[in-house]
Ligand binder design. Structure first.
Ligand SMILES: O=C(NCCCCCn1ccnc1)c1cc(-c2ccc(F)cc2)cc(O)c1O
Ligand SMILES: [Mg+2]
Length: 214
């Protein structure tokens, strides 16, 4: 087939969603991916958990690992106060371009920067490049085998402060067992599991919320 799945999702959003209306963009993606073709967006059920954690955290600086089509990027950015900034890292340039256009359709491009590259390369550059001290909220949704490595990298690069919140998608399906074990045994985190379902399916999944202590 000529176009990619993310491009087909973008075309659907551009056709049916109201420009500047983030909720209509989210609804367009969710209806497309539940009726036409599945895609690995966090979805509306786990998205409600994401919303609650963002609202509770009221973050000023947000980091997202794994942008894909920008669904969770829109989900988070729509809840941020003016002046807050969201940086999202995506290693696939095609995904990143689709995400930029979906985020722009939602009217949230002023709050969001998408960085194209590998998290292990970019995370050590963030302080210098972005002139940021710490992230208040991190949404982890990229390669499941990289969750733990990149969390340790955030610690080593001094990008977390006491109270920083990390929320990880898919800790049950596909699963991130080494990340879960680390978070649930480390004295440096207070961790909590939120059971849910895999996006658009009846399969069990869940998200792990971990607060960095010191
Ligand atoms: O692999 C996932 N995401 C990472 C995609 C690539 C990230 C690239 N990248 C970005 C930055 N650095 C690297 C993912 C997979 C599934 C899933 C669940 C069940 C199933 F049968 C098949 C797939 C569900 C998700 O919710 C996911 O997030
Ligand atoms: Mg995911």
């Amino acid at each position: 087939s000529g176009t990619s799945r993310p491009v087909r999702i973008l075309h659907h959003v551009q056709k049916v969603a109201q420009y500047g209306d983030a909720q209509s963009v989210l609804s367009a993606v969710d209806s497309y991916c539940s009726k036409i073709e599945w895609a690995m967006n966090v979805g509306d059920l786990k998205g409600q958990i994401l919303d609650a954690v963002v609202l509770e955290t009221r973050p000023h600086y947000v980091l997202e690992l794994g942008t894909y089509c920008g669904y969770s990027t829109v989900r988070i950015a729509r809840l941020l106060p003016p002046g807050a900034r969201l940086f999202s890292i995506e290693m696939n340039p095609q995904y990143a371009q689709v995400a930029r256009e979906i985020i722009q359709h939602a009217g949230l491009d002023a709050k969001v920067d998408i960085l194209v590259g590998c998290t292990s390369d970019l995370i050590p550059q963030l302080k210098k490049k972005l002139d940021i001290e710490k992230f208040d909220f991190v949404f982890i949704d990229h390669w499941k085998v990289s969750y733990l490595r990149d969390t340790k990298l955030l610690e080593e690069c001094d990008l977390l402060r006491p109270g920083s919140v990390l929320l990880a998608d898919n800790v049950t399906c596909p699963g991130a067992p080494d990340y879960l074990h680390y978070m649930r045994t480390s004295p440096r985190y207070e961790s909590q599991y939120f059971p849910s379902r895999l996006e658009y399916l009846q399969v069990e999944d869940g998200m792990e919320k971990s607060v960095f202590l010191a």
